[in-house]
Design a protein around this ligand. Structure first.
Ligand code: CAA
Length: 387
């Protein structure tokens, strides 16, 4: 029985209410609140990035489990900070891991956290004494004023994969789907992603549908035998759309309320964090586990999508006693503690990126997270503990 042993989150220091963005763009806030299913988005402090977010998410996981069993760190991101060096190597030092660890970065848009989960499971199958640390961390940025702007966000999920998981035991079947489409991408010279919004929705649905068909062909459970569904959530309404699409494709007879009950409890964190790309589907899983329902023994699907496009559909069962491994109150506190910033403050932050002095600059000390990105000296990124 291999699966997810522990799972924690981190997010940006601040939040902006999407009503403020709607006002500037002359849009009805209901379009964002109801139409996209998003109320807020996280905004990072000047001294935060994917490394500090990822390390912050991983710290409580390591503090609980210890560091000795970790021999691999897989860092999934689509907002990489270096063309060569893996972001996970910085996190490895900040987290005080042993030198006898392999660290690598994985990229395929929002999907690569799930590739990391599968690679981790394979490593644990080879040596059940090991735990693999997976970090999925991203800062989502689109052009200011574009229709994608309200679907930005920032967040990280960190989880360990082990042979005796406390949260979710993975089932063997996995459905895969890849198609070369240009729905969303970010060329090396750009800070913001290029996206064809409406076609990205179609590409997402077709890829998830294709992955589910393959999952069934690989011996996966019937749609009716899956209790809950965690979808990648670029905005939470996308999960509702995907679930209705999959239900119809699978010939489900469930009514709208029953379908909503399978997916709505996965949205609580992403609705407030915004798109966290690779982390998003794992934040959906965390919200589900942290929710009120007792999920013991339930079969949960992870439906992962990364533009470009790759999708994977897999399932696991919730382990008895899983609630003892949760940090529900801490997670709520992390979200509640983010001060709200005005649209002007948010705009000023977004406009200072990219830096005009990218090879050498100092960041103001803003973050309250355990690690900070202090700046760049002679093209080297400087990370340090906050205290
Ligand atoms: N009150 C309530 N609802 C309203 C409303 C109002 N006043 N006005 C509009 N709406 C509804 C619309 O009816 C629509 O709902 P349905 O789709 O259920 O019909 C919803 O609000 C959104 O409206 P539009 O489709 O008109 O929105 P848009 O075209 O301006 O932008 C978007 C939406 C295309 C998702 C855009 O935000 C975007 O490009 N986002 C980035 C791309 C993205 O997230 N794609 C998702 C799939 S790709 C992926 O998942 C990878 C990834 O992470 C990026």
């Amino acid at each position: 029985m291999i699966g997810i042993d522990d799972l924690a989150l981190a997010t940006g220091a601040y939040r902006i209410d999407l009503a403020a963005v709607a006002e500037r763009l002359g849009t009805d806030p209901a379009k964002y609140y109801k139409g996209l299913g998003q109320t807020e988005m996280s905004v990072i402090a000047e001294d935060e990035d994917i490394v500090t977010l990822g390390a912050a998410a991983a710290l409580p996981v390591l503090e609980r489990a210890g560091r000795d069993q970790i021999r691999t760190v897989l860092f999934a991101t689509e907002t990489g900070i270096d063309q060569s060096k893996a972001a996970g190597v910085y996190a490895h030092r900040l987290l005080g891991l042993s030198p006898n660890v392999r660290v690598v970065e994985l990229k395929q848009a929002c999907y690569s956290g799930t590739a990391a989960l599968q690679f981790a499971a394979a490593l644990v199958a080879r040596n059940p004494a090991e735990k693999v640390l997976v970090i999925a961390s991203d800062v989502a940025r689109y052009e200011l004023g574009s229709s994608a702007e309200p679907t930005q966000g920032a967040g990280a999920a960190a989880f360990t994969v082990s042979a005796d998981p406390a949260l979710l035991a993975l089932e063997p079947a996995a459905g895969l789907f890849t198609a070369d489409v240009m729905d969303f991408w970010r060329p090396n010279h750009r800070v913001t992603a290029i996206v064809d919004g409406q076609s990205s929705i179609t590409a997402y649905l077709e890829a998830i549908g294709g992955a589910f068909t393959d999952y069934r062909a690989q011996g996966g459970a019937d749609f009716a035998a899956i209790d809950r569904f965690c979808y990648h959530q670029p905005f939470t309404k996308m999960a509702s759309k995907a679930h209705r699409y999959l239900a119809q494709r699978a010939g489900s007879t469930l009514d709208a309320a029953a379908l909503a009950a399978q997916v709505d409890p996965t949205m609580a964190y992403n609705r407030r964090i915004g798109n966290s790309y690779t982390a998003s589907v794992y934040l959906a899983l965390l919200a589900l586990l942290d929710g009120e329902a007792d999920l013991t023994g339930e079969r949960v699907a992870i439906a992962s999508y990364g533009s470009g496009a790759v999708a994977e559909f897999l399932t696991g069962t919730v382990v008895e006693g899983y609630r003892e491994g949760l940090r529900t109150a801490t997670n709520e506190q992390i979200l509640a503690d983010r001060p709200q910033i005005s649209d002007d403050t948010y705009l000023a932050r977004q406009r200072t990126m990219p830096r005009t002095d990218p090879s050498d600059y100092t960041n103001r000390h803003e973050t309250r997270a355990p690690f900070r990105f202090a700046g760049v000296r002679e093209d080297q990124r400087i990370y340090e503990p906050t205290s």
